[in-house]
Design a protein. Structure first.
Length: 183
């Protein structure tokens, strides 16, 4: 074995079986150079153009996104300002409504008080009128009864209306005077 290794080492002219032949290496190098040239002159510019277009599109989309972000922030600030203004206006409306409610309640109380006073005055007037009517009616009935009793006591009928009326009026005046004296 040693002998075979020594012969292989001594034989430098012998080819190594793992290396391809010289013509394969040359033709492979030529093909590689052609393919590299085609890739460098044709494919690489196209790939570069596509990548540049994609980069521009991405940068444009980023710029659009930044612009949309700024617009959204501006809209949010505007919305917040409008919301604050609406809340302030709602508070003012609520306060005005409360004031109006207080005024309406005060007016209703005044109106009710005036109406109650008017109704009380009307009731007093009606009561006074009914009292006067009852007094006149009572005078007339008391006068008739007094005349009948007086006629029964004296045994005569008092037919003279003027004389009878004068007697009744004097009797009632004496009756009222005695009531005032008793009080």
């Amino acid at each position: 074995m040693l002998n075979s290794i020594a012969t292989l080492a001594a034989d430098e002219s012998a080819k190594i079986p793992l290396l391809p032949a010289d013509y394969d290496i040359i033709w492979s190098a030529v093909c590689f150079v052609i393919i590299a040239f085609v890739v460098w002159r044709v494919a690489l510019p196209r790939i570069t153009k596509v990548l540049d277009a994609r980069a521009e599109a991405i940068e444009g989309n980023i710029a659009k996104a930044d612009e949309a972000q700024r617009k959204a922030e501006a809209a949010l600030e505007e919305y917040t300002a409008q919301l604050a203004a609406a809340r302030k206006e709602a508070g003012e409306i609520r306060d005005a409504a409360r004031e109006d409610g207080k005024k309406i309640v005060a007016e209703a109380k005044d109106t009710a008080s005036a109406e109650a006073s008017r109704l009380t005055a009307a009731a007093h007037s009606q009561i006074e009128a009914e009292r006067q009517t009852a007094l006149v009616s009572l005078r007339s009935e008391v006068g008739t009864l007094a005349l009948d009793l007086a006629g029964g006591v004296i045994g005569e009928t008092l037919s003279d209306d003027a004389k009878a009326q004068a007697v009744v009026d004097r009797f009632l005046a004496d009756l009222e005077a005695s009531e005032k004296a008793a009080q």
